[in-house]
Structures are given as C-alpha cells and as structure tokens.
Design a protein around this ligand. Structure first.
Ligand SMILES: Nc1ncnc2c1ncn2[C@@H]1O[C@H](COP(=O)(O)OP(=O)(O)OP(=O)(O)O)[C@@H](O)[C@H]1O
Ligand SMILES: [Mg+2]
Length: 157
C-alpha cells in the first residue's frame, strides 16, 4: 500500500494526471472515500493526463460518462445512488473485459457498492486530513504497474 499526502486540489489533480499519462488500457481504478473527499477531482486529473479537453463532470445521475477523445478511452462511473443488487444489472464487466467496448481506463466512484470485482484493479481510498487536506491510500490487486507509476518522482505530492 502506498500513502500519499495531498495538500490541495492541485495535488489531487496532479496525481490523476500522472495516472492518466501512464496507465494502460484495461486498468480499473476503484475510488473510495466520503462525500467530497476528492474522487471526481482525481478523475478530472486522469482526463487531463489522457489529453481529454471535454470537462469531466460527476456522473452521479447518468451513472456513466464515456470520453473517447484522449490517448485511450475513459469510462467514469459513479455508483452513489445504487444498491449493490442494482449494480449487478449494469454488466460492468463489459468495461474491463474490453469485448463490447474499446479497452480504456475505468474509474469507479463509490466502488464500495460493487457486489463483484475485476481480477485486477487498484483501489484509491481518499480521506480527510488536517486543515482540509487529503490523504490517498493506494493498494494494488494483481496490478503491479501502478507501483512503477507511483515510484516516479513528482512535483507536489
Ligand atoms: N487534496 C485536496 N485538498 C483540499 N481540497 C481538495 C483536495 N482534493 C479535492 N479537493 C476539493 O474537494 C472538493 C470535493 O471534491 P470532489 O467533488 O472531487 O469529491 P468527491 O469525492 O467526488 O465527492 P462525491 O462523493 O460527492 O462524489 C472539491 O471542492 C475539491 O476542490
Ligand atoms: Mg464525485
């Protein structure tokens, strides 16, 4: 597990940019953390890192937003409004199996609501720190590439 200190919104965005620049198609990112912890901010950074210029807005009501103008597609999901049994009906695995959709990065907010998980993914847990800062705890599950990405030296996190 890797712990990162994220002093401000820019640091959260920058972490996302790094991920968007370096991660490969088929990567699933599960985002956990309280309301307002910074999940959407991180995905906005991922979009920037992929070269997406469309503004990335929270898919709380649409459940999923797809962005295809970047290096690889970004599928941004938000399960906040769903019960686990409703998530089952969404056939989420089509996103990470990459059979019916073009493989890309799949970023899922409120991943706690998922009744089943992919074979390989990494999880980012965002928590509140002192004075409005945030912390990210990143854990890889059969997804070692994330460690190489995070080991590279960065500016503000
Ligand atoms: N590292 C940080 N330090 C301080 N503020 C931050 C940090 N990261 C993000 N924020 C701010 O937190 C606020 C909420 O962020 P965001 O919408 O990304 O949260 P969220 O986890 O997606 O919330 P929700 O659970 O409602 O989907 C934003 O105003 C954002 O600028
Ligand atoms: Mg959000």
């Amino acid at each position: 597990m890797t712990k990162l200190f994220l002093p401000d919104t820019e640091a959260t965005q920058q972490l996302g940019i790094t991920l968007g620049q370096d991660l490969t198609a088929g990567t699933v990112i599960l985002l956990e953390g309280d309301l307002g912890a910074g999940k959407t901010t991180l995905v906005q950074g991922i979009g920037k890192g992929l070269g997406i210029t469309d503004s990335i807005v929270s898919p709380t009501f649409t459940l999923i937003n797809e962005y295809t103008e970047g290096r690889i597609p970004l599928y941004h999901l938000d399960l906040y409004r769903l019960e686990p049994q409703e998530v089952t009906g969404l056939n989420l695995e089509s996103y990470w199996e990459g059979m019916e959709v073009i493989p890309g990065i799949v970023a899922i907010e409120w991943a706690e609501r998922m009744p089943y998980l992919p074979d390989s993914y990494f999880k980012v847990c965002l928590t509140y720190g002192e004075s409005g800062t945030r912390q990210a705890e990143i854990t890889a599950f059969n997804c070692e590439m994330i460690n190489d990405v995070l080991l590279q030296p960065r500016g503000n996190y």
